[in-house]
Design a protein around this ligand. Structure first.
Ligand SMILES: Cc1cc2nc3c(=O)[nH]c(=O)nc-3n(C[C@H](O)[C@H](O)[C@H](O)COP(=O)(O)OP(=O)(O)OC[C@H]3O[C@@H](n4cnc5c(N)ncnc54)[C@H](O)[C@@H]3O)c2cc1C
Length: 220
């Protein structure tokens, strides 16, 4: 795979371990020596962020080497990268997005500028009073979906109360080592979102595991 010519903004996160070790295929058993000593590996992981001035212009997967626009190179054992985050082509080509690159919506109903057309989740751009957009998060996507679904049902059946998305959301913040934090807040609060952060602890990690299991059971 060669990624020559990747646009600016291509953001790689490099997980770099000791080189020369055999890489385990998913169907191979884990190496107990590696599993038993995660901290030994963790200390050799580095993070490197590209910028619009120094985007990654090539990934040599055979040689496990990245090349940046400024001529720098970096080696990797495992590369996990985040491609540019943008609205899908279908939304862009339909003329739904504005200059921000996202679909503008009524922040209460998620209705777009087009009659009978709604947008929810990451594809939307909802500016907040503080000047930044509503964070893109699954918790918001889900709540927005419920609001839109209820309002569409109401439009069709004429029954029920109008639903409104209130900008509330929460998420676990994984800290590793069986511990996590938790944040919850009103992101529509003005002039700035009101977010309550709970200290990192084992309880929140267990909550996160339960949360994940609940979702997996519900859908799969
Ligand atoms: C690493 C990571 C960690 C995250 N952690 C959290 C977290 O802890 N809590 C949280 O709330 N959020 C988290 N998020 C954010 C969350 O994943 C997103 O906000 C959420 O998935 C957005 O949902 P969505 O349905 O709007 O978009 P998506 O989940 O991106 O779904 C859009 C779907 O549309 C499909 N699609 C695109 N174009 C077309 C087309 N033309 N035809 C058919 N299908 C198409 C895509 O393939 C995709 O499946 C995280 C995101 C990342 C990347």
């Amino acid at each position: 795979m060669t990624l020559a010519g990747r646009p600016a903004g291509f953001t790689p996160e490099l997980a770099k371990g000791p080189r020369g070790r055999p890489h385990r295929r998913p169907d191979q058993p884990a190496d107990p020596a590696r599993s038993a000593a995660p901290s030994r590996w963790a200390s050799s992981i580095t993070f490197k962020k590209s910028s619009s001035k120094t985007p990654v212009i090539d990934v040599d997967t055979e040689g496990r080497r990245l090349r940046f626009a400024n001529g720098e190179t970096a080696e990797f054992d495992l590369l996990a990268y985040v491609p540019p985050h943008r609205a899908p082509r279908v939304a862009r080509e339909a003329g739904l997005v504005d200059d921000s690159g996202w679909i503008p919506v009524d922040r209460d109903t998620l209705h777009t500028a087009h009659a009978g057309v709604y947008a929810i989740g990451d594809v939307t751009g909802i500016p907040l009073k503080m000047g930044k957009p509503l964070p893109m998060a699954g918790v918001f996507a889900e709540r927005e979906a419920k609001v839109v679904a209820r309002n569409i049902v109401r439009e069709i059946t004429g029954r029920g109360e109008p639903a409104v998305f209130d900008g509330h959301g929460e998420c676990f913040i994984e800290a590793g080592g069986g511990r996590a934090g938790f944040g919850r807040g009103d992101f529509y609060a003005e002039p700035t979102p009101q977010v309550d952060l709970r200290p990192v602890g084992r309880r929140w990690h267990l909550g996160k595991v339960l949360f994940e299991k609940t979702w997996l059971r519900r859908w799969f």
